[in-house]
Design a protein around this ligand. Structure first.
Ligand SMILES: Cc1ncc(COP(=O)(O)O)c(C=O)c1O
Length: 322
């Protein structure tokens, strides 16, 4: 069994320059930080931003002598799959509190989590909303005993710290700082880490995977949550034009984009997060959003475990191996 130090002493994930006529036409360069290639444990779950968000948390759990991880998520959650995989890889017991009824047949994410040994408990959507409340968590402690609690999506200050490492790594790899940094936004933790580490030295643009314009407020709160980092308002923004109707919603043009992107660049994208990021990014590049001479860095945050569940329901993502 690998020790947790493997999560800290890893070779950096590659930074790859993409080549496309559109980029040449618009006079910009586009690099991809291929964090989806950071992988550990069973399957494809512990990769990308999950690696970054979990690494310091797993260490904190171990330092506290806590051998059980408990967390929350929806039935297709990348985070649930990642915590389950981390548990199996590093010898933690894991408990997943899942929003909604137990499905008749388990989907690939939940099947994977169970196979990794995660105990799953299903709670109604209304009870799930109370998960942050003290009484809800006390009940969980009465039921399961001690555990290290990871919030839904894994976002907390240690997760932000892990995502900050992405910036330092890229800076070393490229020997300079790209002018624009882009990533997909769900709970905002990954993006907050990037903004915090940039500290105003470059612009950051998040692409919301969710409908609504509440995420800027969430990111502001995350950035205000620790004296270790500053908000740097003005140097970052969240684009809400490319969520395709909301979380896990999609249209055929998104799936076509993912398939074409794989054919052209041999980089698999998922339909919930990274597909929307790159779709939106290419749209903005086409509209001349980025000044000529910009060096854009897009973080591939993983999420590939979700393709199987998407294809089981809707089909259409043609990426080999999924
Ligand atoms: C693959 C992938 N990319 C991006 C995100 C968004 O990250 P965050 O929740 O930190 O905003 C998530 C969800 O957490 C994810 O699973």
């Amino acid at each position: 069994m690998p020790t947790l130090s493997a999560l800290f002493r890893h070779p950096p994930s590659p930074v790859e320059a993409l080549h496309a006529t559109l980029l040449e036409q618009q006079g910009v360069r586009l690099f991809v930080k291929r964090d989806e290639l950071l992988r550990m444990g069973p399957g494809l779950a512990l990769c990308g931003n999950k690696w970054r968000k979990l690494q310091y948390n797993l260490q904190a759990a171990r330092d506290a002598g806590q051998n059980t991880l408990l967390t929350f998520g929806g039935a297709y959650s990348n985070h649930i799959a990642a915590v389950a995989a981390a548990g199996q890889a590093f010898g933690f017991d894991t408990i997943g509190i899942i929003r909604g009824e137990r499905p008749e047949g388990l989907n690939p994410t939940l099947r994977f989590a169970e196979n990794c040994g995660m105990r799953l408990q299903y709670v109604s959507r209304s009870r799930f909303r109370d998960k942050e409340k003290m009484e809800f968590q006390e009940k969980l402690h009465r039921q399961y005993g001690g555990f290290y609690l990871l919030p839904e999506g894994g976002t907390n200050n240690l997760a932000i710290k892990g995502c900050m490492d992405i910036v330092a790594e890229v800076e070393q790899q490229l020997e300079r700082l790209p002018t624009h940094w882009c990533c997909s936004v769900g709970t905002g933790g990954t993006f907050a880490g990037i903004v915090a580490a940039l500290d105003g030295r470059a612009e950051a643009l998040g692409f919301s995977a969710l409908k609504g314009d509440f995420l800027e407020g969430e990111v502001q709160q995350l950035l205000a949550s620790s004296p270790l980092w500053r908000d740097n308002r003005g140097a970052w923004a969240i684009n809400t034009d490319f969520h395709f109707g909301g979380y896990a919603k999609w249209k055929p043009e998104l799936v076509n984009f993912i398939n074409n992107f794989y054919r052209e660049h041999h980089i698999p994208l998922d339909p919930v997060y990274t597909g929307k990021l790159f779709y939106g990014l290419f749209q903005l590049i086409g509209q001349g959003y980025f000044p000529r001479g910009s060096a854009i860095l897009a973080v591939h945050t993983g999420g590939l475990q979700g393709i199987a569940g998407f294809n089981e329901r809707f089909g259409g993502v043609e990426v080999p191996g999924f």
